[in-house]
Ligand binder design. Sequence first.
Ligand SMILES: C[S@@+](CC[C@H](N)C(=O)[O-])C[C@H]1O[C@@H](n2cnc3c(N)ncnc32)[C@H](O)[C@@H]1O
Length: 392
Amino acid sequence: MNKHTGNFRLQIVDEVRAFAADSLVGIELIQALNGVHPIEIKNALVSAGEEPLLERAFGELNISGPVLKEILRDDNPVLSFWPFTSSCARQISDIVSEYETVALLGVPTVFGVLKERLMRRAHTILFDTDDYLFRGKTTEGYIQCDVLSAAPSQYENQFDVVLGDPPWYLEEYCSWLRTAVGLARPGGRVIFVLFPPNIRDTSKIERNEILTIARQLLLDVEFLPSGALYETPSFEQIELIRNGISPIDWRTAQFFVGRVPLNKGRLVPSGKSESSNNWIERRIGCGRIFVRAEPADIATFLEPADGKSRFLSSPSRRDRGRNRSNVISSRGHGLCCSDPRLLVDLLGRVHEAVDIENIGGGLDRESGLLLEAVAADLWPRFISVQPKDELV
Ligand SMILES: C[S@@+](CC[C@H](N)C(=O)[O-])C[C@H]1O[C@@H](n2cnc3c(N)ncnc32)[C@H](O)[C@@H]1O
């Protein structure tokens, strides 16, 4: 999410004022700000003392009471799983199904649509680290791999089109684009999502750098006329509610496409950024919890990463709480744990809902209560969320 400077925040307030004066409110207003996160918009308005403008601009999106939320799919915050809406996934499937051989880098929703339609596709392959959507099923065409570190070289030069939606960080784009070009056949196409210009202070510069790299690797790079619309993932839904904002689908992006030169280079396994391998995943009922092996330097066993709430106030990897967390969940939790190995062991002992009340038994009282609360949030399909203020 956006971490904007004071000036940018003032600019947000001015823009919201102008849009609201033009009767633009709610989701349309949020989308007109080109990627600024709704939580950031709200923070900017509140810190400028503009609560009445916030009331007008967000209207029905403002919520004050507790919300009972059904979580239909527990999304992966470690791998930045931001899913397309189902209609967007269908539209993108229409675009790529014009090609005979298709590689999908980190786009399981489009893979799902193409599989469902039983396309006469000779060859559609999804490369993605997370097998959550396919667990327990044999899924032909799904290759579980880390696109950052282990480029699947046996697929080199195989595809007419490669579609990619990496986590929205410059370093990941550099690696993913190189992998995409390696997988595409000479003369094939590479289509990538490009995030909007205002997701953080540096995102305009990052977008330009990505387009520069794309132009070094590809010919005739241009934007596609249609864009992407995202569903808000489960962890971010909770974070929006915690901030008193309805968990709407607001995020949009663009696509660019380029042609792979006939004399393209070889597929090069690329550099690394935060690797998924550092996180151990455990299921607690319906929910998913991710624990990183490095212990946090804290005096107790477990504490909220942002000091106040067991939920993070932002899904961004650059958020301070998220950054400190070595325990995060599909439902927006962010915690620090001084003994991750013991935590994984305790989580492994939860087989039935009744096990939750004993999970924190041997721990200091605060840590035990916190762990039980998190496990109880994760267990059912429904979660009850209070907008901020209440501790833990
Ligand atoms: C921004 S999401 C895109 C999801 C896509 N919009 C969709 O609707 O299917 C990033 C995707 O890439 C996957 N991913 C993230 N890092 C990865 C990596 N290093 N290697 C392979 N897949 C990765 C995630 O699991 C996730 O599916």
